[in-house]
Write a protein that binds this ligand. Sequence first.
Ligand code: ATP
Length: 498
Amino acid sequence: MDALVALCKRRGFIFQSSEIYGGFNGFFDYGPLGAELKKNIRDCWWDDMVRRREDIVGIETSIIMHPKVWEASGHVAGFSDPLVDCKESKQRYRADQLFFAPVVIDGNTVGYVSALESDNTAGDLQAAAESLKRKKAIQGQLAPVQPRDMTEAKPEEISLIPSPATGEPGSLTAPRAFNMMFQTNVGAMTDGSSVAYLRPETAQGMFVDFKNVVDTGRVKLPFGIAQIGKSFRNEITPRNFIFRSREFEQMEMEYFIHEDADWAKCHEEWIAWCEAWLKSIGLPDSHLSRYAHPKEKLAFYSRGTVDIMFRYPFGVQELWGIAARGSYDLTQHANASGKPQEIFDEATKKKFVPHVIEPAVGVDRIFLAVLCAGYAEEDVTDEKGNVEKRTVLRLSPRIAPVKVAVLPLLKNKEALVGRAKALHAKLKRRYAVFYDDGGNIGKRYRRQDEIGTPWCVTIDFDTIEKPGDTFTLRERDSMQQRRITEAELFQLLDEQVF
Ligand code: ATP
């Protein structure tokens, strides 16, 4: 992760937000290459999800909606994470990410240890227990620790669990619900009547506009409404770089189906679609897995939720959630607004509220996943037999921020430069391309490898002296070179960048 974060900064993918003021925890800026990569992820999703399908339409709804939307959806009452305060250090922890265990020696509890969730939480707690045993100089057999998180602590245990900030017990509070919606005031008044929220998800826009789309969009069940946009959550502990931030971007789609439709089959089809799409933008099968939420942990209205998980360097984590939500959301809005959210069934001549399958994913989490999967440091041997290191980002041509770099072999040879500039001008009308004439050609290749450019095209003496007007095409992954004509180059791009 450290190498990746450094690369993101060095090459202008991601910066800390407000860096000159010391940064702002949980917020990030995307630099020139990051903005391109992010746009490509969004565009691929929009093309595949909306434009290339006949059954899905796209919309764009406002970030601040009527506050009643969030009451009806359940977010005002229940969109919260359990929070634990340390009264001493003023640190705040998510209770389900703060783990503890009693230290048991010869069957007696002699104290408690705590640790923040990591990829080795049990190991950290065991080490802390051993250290406590040594510190207290107690003889006997230390039992293996049994980790629990703070939501599972009994009331009498709270004051015995040490704060991770101070190492001492007595300062942690019992968990309480912390609502994660950002509040603001709309209009000139700042009293209770003007309170509004920044949306914590884009999904409610699709539910609230359901009738508008049905009445104007010529859609027929089953059909979907999709949206891409910013969401905001006042996360207690933003962490793991852009994985969990306070401002992020979501790509969500609500797929409406008949109340009698086989929802489980439709759910499975969407899970498979999402997996296939992730592979189409270059995520390897080996890093992907599924997690089905246990029935007893689902919300009462939910029929099933499966998360597509990705193996990040900091552990296997949720990338994309696919939920079967029944008719809950439309029914809630029908009840709260007094406006029926129904569809007329021609076959039975009855009205009903459709059910919904919801695939919801974060652009930033996909961004991080493609960087993690694509990043490599390798030893390579040049033609002279010298071994050197190269950093390479193996990004799919679909999403790579730069598709082709155009490189004249020498910058002081007019014929080479003229041909390179002509090619560059033609390519940039359709693709994100880069012109680079600085430094030796090997260095220029390395610079492109590091930002994930799939192809470099070198305009060399063969181009201008030999018949055929061919260039050297150098591939990022194999580093192999071959000669290619302009027409062949455009054909290659047409096939690979879609
Ligand atoms: P988590 O359990 O990781 O907090 P969640 O289950 O609350 O996520 P959803 O409400 O299902 O997430 O949101 C859908 C998707 O939005 C997630 O799968 C994830 O890709 C993305 N997402 C959610 N919260 C964040 C965040 N704080 N930062 C970045 N992406 C997020």
